[in-house]
Write a protein that binds this ligand. Structure first.
Ligand SMILES: [Zn+2]
Length: 78
């Protein structure tokens, strides 16, 4: 393979790691409020990083009542 291909692969992998690390960090500093029972909860960084999302909400599950759906991201820890 051409050496440039390796450079591109490294750049893409490093970029992906940075994006995941940033998402995990963001997840650790935000929480959700369940629209069904009002429970205030946080999800793990990994769950936050890999859950389906829009710009302002994430597809998460309430640990208290089991409600599953898109919930708006609330800034700050719980
Ligand atoms: Zn709930």
């Amino acid at each position: 393979m051409h050496p440039v291909v390796y450079v591109i692969i490294v750049v893409v992998v490093v970029y992906a790691i940075i994006m995941i690390a940033r998402a995990v960090n963001r997840g650790a500093n935000s929480h959700f409020i369940c629209p069904k029972c009002g429970n205030d909860f946080q999800v793990t960084g990994a769950k936050y990083a890999f859950s389906p999302k829009t710009f302002t909400s994430h597809d998460v599950t309430c640990p208290k009542c089991g409600y599953h759906g898109f919930m708006e991201v609330q800034p700050g820890k719980k």
